[in-house]
Every structure is written in structure tokens, then in C-alpha cells.
Ligand binder design. Structure first.
Ligand code: BGC
Length: 482
């Protein structure tokens, strides 16, 4: 990497390649901590629940509330996050996320009873809603377009590391030490706050607020000197256009010009969830138990490695290839893997239910384990990272905050429904039918992406916006980039 300073008459301080790299890495790190906390708080409940059940002597309903209300908190804060981030900037919202994560962790860690614990869960959920809306959006706004997919995938990588880390902590501590499991989140929460205080505010947001000098300074940190001016003029051009249209409202988010992008974002978010990922993240132990792994130790180990570690490792595939192969090919490949895996799990359970004894259980156990590895891996290099990438890049600057909020809230709403009702549906219609339904959702997701989702690889956010403005079908996007 050259450390030579590149100078440009226009740019106040010439930035060396090394300085650009430093800032890009710092921004990636902030995005990473936001994702890590999101994942940790999602994953930790799987291990903490048993101890909570013993200490507070609660039944299944209270356990379900403690598990799923975090997603309700996330849903509501995701809805307001975009408006707040449009008004106050991206950094204050990320800072608030850090504070909420720490506050939520402390409340959960010291909770004397279930209501206080649940309040702590909801507060953590608020933090997750803020982080999950604003961290990928901030990363997308700050990333050079050549590595934007990779940068947002880093966020997903962090979510998976957070989930793995939570499974690991739960595995290392006995269930009775659930308070410590929650308190551990204070460490990444503090690191997130420190990181946010250091990184620059989003250049696009600053430009939008008319703070041109600051926008230029921010952009110059993450852009080679000779690209700052072209970028700025692109942004200014777009902003002038936006100004002419006036301040965005919620009505604009639903206006015909934005509607197509909105359908893409909200649809992808819902499909990311209704194809079953969180049923598996939260209830992996239970699924392994029904598939014949009787000891709790065997279940936790299977969950830790088959789900947790596979999830982390396969996300690297997306980080490496999302900007090279593009979004859609990875989505198609991933959905195919998920479909096959879900059918295999369904079939395994169907075979098991035809036997009177537990004789088939171990075969089913092995099929289930292998299929869940394939499922998680396929999700991790496709729907997991790419959905967050696409929803952070397809909206015009003017409505981006609100539109990303809406897509994120849809994600959490769908996650809530799946996690709240998965076990009930299994009780009602059995495992086999439940997994076949999830497999059918993969087919619908495939068709949806085929029909509605455009390829955004390698385009700047401004080019993406221009392409929407041109109208036409998703095919035109491919032809235009060829
Ligand atoms: C999803 C989460 C999920 C995680 C699993 C994310 O992209 O939004 O709901 O738990 O992936 O890795």
C-alpha cells in the first residue's frame, strides 16, 4: 500500500492511501461492533433461558415473552431510527444504540424479577433497532462504492460473530450464571461508543444538511483525493434535485417513484425472516432434541458449531464475493441451498414420524445436523448479508433514512412472528410440515428476487438512484451495466 500523499489543489488536505484505509477500517470497526451487539443480544437468550427459568420459576409463556420482546423493541425503534437519523445525523443514533445496549445489559443483569428483566430486553431491543437500521446505512453511505457490498457484509459478519460469541459464553458458563451472560454485552457496548465518537459523520447526511465544508472533510477521509470532487459534485447534483422536490415526508416514501424500491427492501426483509433463519438461531437446541440428540451437552455443542460457527465461516464467502459476483447470483445460490436443506430436514422428520420407536432417531439426527449446516451456510452467504446490503443502497438519499427504517421494521416484525409462533406451529402441524412450509417460502423468495430485485453491484448510490428514475424493469439494469 502506497503511503505517498496524493495532492489535489481542490482538496484541503491531501489524503494518503494509508489514511483512507485507516478511516475505512475504523468505520468498518464501528459497523462491526454494532453488528456484534445485535448478534450477541439475539444469541444470548438461547443459553440464558434455562437459568432464568430456574431462578424465577417461570413457565413457557414468560419464556416466550422474554425471548421475543427484544424483537418488538427493535421493531419500534427501527421505525423511528430513520427519521431521527435524518434529523440528527447518523452518529447520535449509533451513540444512543451503544447507551441502550449498555443500559439494557445492566438491567437484565441485575433484574430482580421477570417484569424488570423484560423491560431490560425491550431496552436492548431499542438498541438493536437503532443499530440494525443505522449501522448498515452509515457503512453504505461512507463506503467507497467498489467495496460497499463488502463493507455492509462486514456488518453481517459481526452479527454472526456476536451470535457465536453468545453461544460460546453460554457454553462456558453454567446456566445459573445467566446474569453474567447479559453483562458481557457491556464490553462491546463501550467499544461501540468509543468508535462512534472517533469516526466522521456521514458525508451524505452533512451535505444534505447544507454543511458542505464538513461534508467535504468527511468524504475526504474515506476517498482518494482525486475522487473527492467528482463525488461531491455527484452528491450536490443529487441534493439540488432533492431540494427542488422539498423535504421528504412519509408520504414520499410511498410515492410511485419510490414504491418499487420500497417493495424490494420490505419484500427482501420479510423473505429473509420467513424462510426460517431465526427459528433455527433461537430454537436450534430444541430442533436437535426432537431430532434425537438427547443430552443437553450434545445439543449445545451441535448448536455452537453447526449453527454458530458455520454461520460465521460462510459469511466470509459473501464478504469475498458480493462485489465480484454480484448480489443476485449469491441470493439464487443461497436460496437453492436453503430449499434443499429445509426439504431434507422436513423429510427426515417425516420418516421419523412413520417409525414407532426411536430407532430412526439417530439417522434423522445426522440428516438434520448436516441439513442445518447446509441451511445456515447457504443463508450466511446470501440472504443474511445481501438483504442488509441491498436495503441500505437502493433508496434515494432524500428518503433513505425513513425507507431503511421501514424495511428494517418489516424485518423485525417478521422475525417476531416467526420466533413467537414457530414452536406453536410445530405443535399444531408437526416438524415435517413446518419445514416444508419454510422450504416453500424459499421458492417464493426466489421468484420475488427474480422479478423485482435489481443488480446493484459496482454502482454508486447516485447511479442507483438515476437508474430508478429511468424506470423500466430489473432487466434494464443488467443491460445498462453490460
Ligand atoms: C438476520 C437476523 C439473523 C442473523 C443470523 C441477520 O441477517 O437479520 O435476523 O439472526 O442474520 O446470522
Amino acid at each position: 500500500m502506497s503511503t505517498e500523499t496524493v495532492t489535489s489543489g481542490e482538496v484541503p488536505e491531501g489524503r494518503s492511501a494509508r489514511s483512507v484505509l485507516k478511516w475505512v477500517l475504523l468505520i468498518a470497526l464501528v459497523t462491526f461492533f454494532a453488528g456484534l451487539l445485535f448478534g450477541y443480544d439475539q444469541g444470548v437468550i438461547a443459553g440464558a433461558l434455562a437459568g432464568i427459568g430456574q431462578d424465577f420459576k417461570v413457565g413457557n409463556f414468560a419464556k416466550e415473552v422474554i425471548t421475543s420482546w427484544v424483537t418488538l423493541g427493535a421493531l419500534f425503534s427501527a421505525l423511528v431510527a430513520g427519521t431521527l437519523a435524518d434529523r440528527f445525523g447518523r452518529k447520535p443514533i449509533l451513540l444512543s444504540a451503544g447507551v441502550l445496549f449498555i443500559g439494557g445489559a445492566v438491567i437484565q443483569g441485575v433484574a430482580p424479577d421477570v417484569p424488570v428483566l423484560t423491560a431490560g430486553r425491550v431496552i436492548t431491543g431499542f438498541g438493536i433497532g437503532f443499530a440494525s437500521t443505522i449501522a448498515p446505512l452509515y457503512a453504505a453511505e461512507m463506503a467507497p462504492s467498489k467495496i460497499r457490498g463488502r463493507m455492509v457484509s462486514t456488518y453481517q459478519l459481526a452479527i454472526t460473530v456476536g451470535i457465536f460469541f453468545a453461544y460460546l459464553v453460554s457454553d462456558l458458563l453454567e446456566p445459573g450464571r445467566w446474569r453474567e451472560m447479559f453483562l458481557v454485552a457491556i464490553i462491546p457496548g463501550t467499544l461501540l461508543i468509543i468508535g462512534v465518537l472517533i469516526v466522521p459523520e456521514s458525508a451524505r447526511w452533512l451535505a444534505k444538511m447544507g454543511k458542505e465544508k464538513k461534508a467535504e472533510e468527511s468524504l475526504a477521509k474515506v476517498t482518494p483525493a482525486d475522487e473527492v470532487q467528482p463525488h461531491l459534485s455527484d452528491m450536490e447534483h443529487e441534493l439540488a434535485h432533492e431540494k427542488a422536490e422539498g423535504e421528504a415526508t412519509w408520504g414520499d416514501v410511498f410515492s410511485p417513484g419510490i414504491r418499487k424500491a420500497l417493495i424490494v427492501g420490505v419484500g427482501l426483509s420479510i423473505f429473509q425472516q420467513i424462510t426460517g433463519i431465526n427459528a433455527i438461531i433461537y430454537y436450534a437446541n430444541t430442533i436437535f432434541e426432537s431430532a434425537g440428540l438427547t443430552s443437553t451437552g450434545a445439543q449445545t455443542t451441535a448448536t455452537l458449531y453447526c449453527v454458530g460457527l458455520t454461520n460465521v465461516l460462510a459469511t466470509f464467502i459473501a464478504v469475498a464475493y458480493v462485489d465480484r459476483f454480484g448480489r443476485k447470483p449469491l441470493l439464487f445460490l443461497g436460496l437453492t441451498g436453503m430449499f434443499v436443506a429445509l426439504c431434507a430436514v422436513g423429510l427426515g422428520f417425516a420418516i421419523e414420524s412413520t417409525k414407532d420407536t426411536g430407532a430412526g432417531a439417530s439417522v434423522v439426527g445426522i440428516i438434520t445436523m448436516a441439513a442445518l449446516v447446509v441451511f445456515i451456510a447457504s443463508f450466511a452467504f446470501s440472504l443474511g448479508p445481501i438483504v442488509w446490503t441491498i436495503i441500505s443502497e437502493i433508496y434515494p438519499n432524500r428518503v433513505r433514512g425513513r425507507a431503511v427504517s421501514l424495511a428494517t421494521a418489516a424485518n423485525w416484525g417478521a422475525a417476531f412472528l416467526v420466533t413467537q409462533f414457530f414452536l406453536t406451529v410445530v405443535d399444531g402441524i408437526g416438524e415435517a410440515a413446518t419445514f416444508f412450509i419454510l422450504a416453500a417460502m424459499c421458492v417464493l423468495a426466489y421468484a420475488f428476487i427474480w422479478r423485482y430485485v435489481p443488480e446493484t453491484k459496482g454502482r454508486s448510490l447516485e447511479e442507483i438512484q438515476a437508474q430508478w428514475a429511468k424506470g423500466g424493469s430489473t432487466k434494464d439494469w443488467e443491460e445498462d451495466s453490460a
